[in-house]
Design a protein around this ligand. Structure first.
Ligand code: ARG
Length: 455
């Protein structure tokens, strides 16, 4: 049985049917498809197309189909072209020709766009919950690791010491923006296409505002052409996914580096590491590498969909069927990697001693310049003076902190014997007191803010 068999006298070629079918991926829309159909049946009854009795029979039939999906008892048939066809076919088997009234004034074009949006509106809170969980893990880490000092890098060169907790909270805020973007997507997705038919609108006077309320949408599309062709919400979701993927990749890359023997700042738990089949000593950060690689896939899914969309001239084109595998894949990948990362971060061990020992005295060069600034020296001069000291230390092969006081005073008379204090990484960190800085009391306030934002 084909929904559109009337004008055809020959069956669809087998390979063509296989290529045409979207059932392999759109069967996950079964539940929302049936929900949409129930609402549509009510709208048809409201418009006087179905009697109350017919409506009851349709709703009961749809409930039976839904039960089969819930119990994993639904059996697909070769002729089922997509989930919409499959549901209608089964409905007809349950209630007979009355099933044929359900599609009045509706097209699969407005139907699939509605189903897809319903699916997304249902999926977003799950992904948001997972993001929230990972954020919670980062907050716990920031609390647990409070006090540990980390060499901070720019250009991957040692720059200034920071609190490790400050670093964990950086990741927290990055994810907070991902969550904000996800919430904006809800708004964009929550516009109802149903009742727009194939492209021109429905010729039956269905109340699309009531239909929107019934299905939990904020409003119906005011333009039927736009309703069936708009996939901005899918592209927006994929952009969200790609950017989140990039964030997770950056985090993963840093953890990979920090877990290397040369750094030795962190140790991954066995539960989130893998071994080598050849080298017995190896403990590999495979999961972090996969998260890093995954960002490439997610970027590809976004560019792939944009490329699909860019040539579509009018309303619905079958190209749009390619929207769903991309979005489903992105959602599935992120659901997995967010959960894994949360576990991996919660269980990793830090080596605060290694981090502290890695902080070279040169990392306090800015503090030495600030020391002169506090004595009234203009910052540019101070910068120059400390630069000269760094050059002298490097030429003599000594750490900066081992230069004798005379040398400092030769470089600039404002250097005095209390200069050694400026070499303390702890004091360096303590001095970063402006809002957003890494001073311990600032980080504690930031932590409180993060907790409040997390709710
Ligand atoms: N399986 C199709 C899709 O995913 C459903 C819409 C088909 N519409 C059509 N006119 N052939 O987009």
């Amino acid at each position: 049985m084909k929904l559109w068999g009337g004008r055809f006298s020959e069956n669809l070629n087998t390979l063509a049917a296989r290529m045409n079918s979207s059932l392999a991926f759109d069967q996950r829309l079964a539940e929302v498809d049936i929900r949409g159909s129930k609402a549509w049946a009510k709208a048809l009854a409201g418009a006087g197309i179905l009697s109350q009795e017919e409506l009851e029979l349709l709703l009961q039939g749809l409930e039976k189909v839904a039960d089969e999906f819930k119990g994993s008892k639904f059996v697909f048939q070769e002729s089922d072209e997509d989930i919409h066809t499959a549901v209608e076919r089964r409905l007809k088997e349950f209630i007979g020709p009355l099933a044929g009234k359900l599609h009045t004034g509706r097209s699969r074009n407005d139907q699939v766009a509605t189903d897809f949006r319903l699916w997304m509106l249902e999926t977003i809170p799950h992904l948001d919950g997972q993001l929230k969980e990972l954020q919670g893990t980062l907050i716990e880490r920031a609390e647990r690791d409070m006090g540990a000092l980390l060499p901070g890098y720019t250009h991957m060169q040692q720059a200034q010491p920071v609190l490790l907790s400050h670093w964990w909270l950086w990741q927290f805020w990055m994810l907070q923006r991902d969550r904000d973007r996800l919430m904006n997507l809800v708004e964009e997705t929550s516009v109802l296409p149903l009742g727009c038919g194939a492209l021109a609108g429905s010729s039956f006077p269905v109340d699309r505002f009531a239909l929107a309320t019934e299905l939990g949408f904020r409003r119906p599309f005011p333009n039927s052409l736009d309703a069936v062709s708009d996939r901005d919400f899918a592209a927006g979701f994929l952009f969200w996914a790609a950017l989140l993927g990039v964030h997770l990749s950056r985090l993963s890359e840093a953890l990979i580096i920090y877990s290397s023997r040369e750094f030795g700042f962190i140790r991954l738990s066995d539960a989130f590491s893998t071994g080598s089949s050849l080298m017995p000593q190896k403990k590999n950060p495979d999961l972090l590498e996969l998260t890093r690689a995954q960002s490439g896939k997610l970027i590809g899914l976004l560019t792939g969909l944009l490329a699909v969309l860019k040539g579509l001239p009018s309303a619905y084109d079958k190209d749009l069927q390619e929207d769903k595998p991309a979005v489903f894949e992105a959602a599935d990948r992120l659901a997995d990697s967010l959960a894994v990362l949360s576990g991996l971060i919660a269980t990793l061990e830090i080596n605060a001693g290694r981090m502290r020992a890695a902080i070279d005295p040169q990392m306090m060069a800015t503090d030495l310049a600030d020391y002169l600034v506090r004595k009234g020296v203009p910052f540019r001069q101070a910068h120059e003076a400390v630069g000269a000291a760094v050059q002298k230390a490097e030429a003599s092969g000594k750490p900066l902190s081992m230069l004798p006081l005379e040398t400092w005073q030769e470089i600039h008379p404002a250097f005095e014997s209390d200069i050694l204090e400026a070499f303390s990484a702890e004091i360096s960190v303590k001095n970063r007191v402006a809002y957003g800085g890494t001073a311990p009391q600032e980080v504690l306030e930031q932590l409180a803010l993060a907790r409040q934002v997390l709710g």
